[in-house]
Ligand binder design. Structure first.
Ligand code: ATP
Ligand code: MG
Length: 158
């Protein structure tokens, strides 16, 4: 019993390859992954349309103590939320790079300020702004393997 409690509260061993069979499972994974994040962290989400990137982002936000609802408005590139970690308010930037043509577009809207600042950035379609993804970012790749099934690979490059 004690062992399982310790396992539950310990850090993840990365890389992690998990199968999710529902949106709720992906949400719960995000919530648990939030414990890997701190001030200045960047989470890079990749995978096809409808893979579950926003779903995981919602879980991350929940795990970070964000109380507002995370939405995914079509034409919004950056949405800002507030997390409270150990009593400190930290901005959380939910970035959707889908409508950007590339790094230059992100630079034009002052993207550096978000990903290289003190806040936590969660980036969908992160491959579109690869110059802004730090090497130490938490990488999350999604693969659609069925109607409700996703293979989710969580890893770091360093
Ligand atoms: N295992 C699963 N994990 C996550 N979402 C799932 C799963 N099974 C089904 N779904 C459904 O897939 C959709 C995922 O939508 P979501 O907006 O999170 O995708 P996305 O990767 O952000 O897409 P986009 O590239 O358009 O932003 C939701 O409708 C969700 O209910
Ligand atoms: Mg999305």
């Amino acid at each position: 019993m004690e062992t399982s409690i310790q396992a539950e509260s310990s850090q993840f061993n990365l890389p992690l390859l998990v199968k999710s069979i529902s949106a709720n499972e992906t949400l719960a994974l995000g919530e648990r992954l939030a414990r890997l994040l701190a001030k200045g962290s960047v989470v890079a989400l990749t995978g096809p349309l409808g893979a579950g990137k926003t779903c995981l982002a919602k879980g991350l936000a929940k795990g970070l103590g964000v109380t507002e609802e995370i939405t995914s408005p079509t034409y919004t590139i950056v949405s800002e939320y507030i997390a409270v970690i150990s009593g400190e308010k930290i901005p959380v930037y939910h970035i959707d790079a889908y409508r950007l043509r590339g790094n230059d577009d992100f630079s034009a809207i002052g993207g550096e300020e978000f990903v290289f600042g003190e806040g936590i950035s969660i980036v969908e379609w992160s491959e579109r702004i690869s110059n802004f993804i730090p090497v130490e970012a938490l990488m999350v790749d999604f693969e659609l393997t069925g109607d409700n099934e996703r293979r989710i690979h969580v890893y770091r490059n360093v």
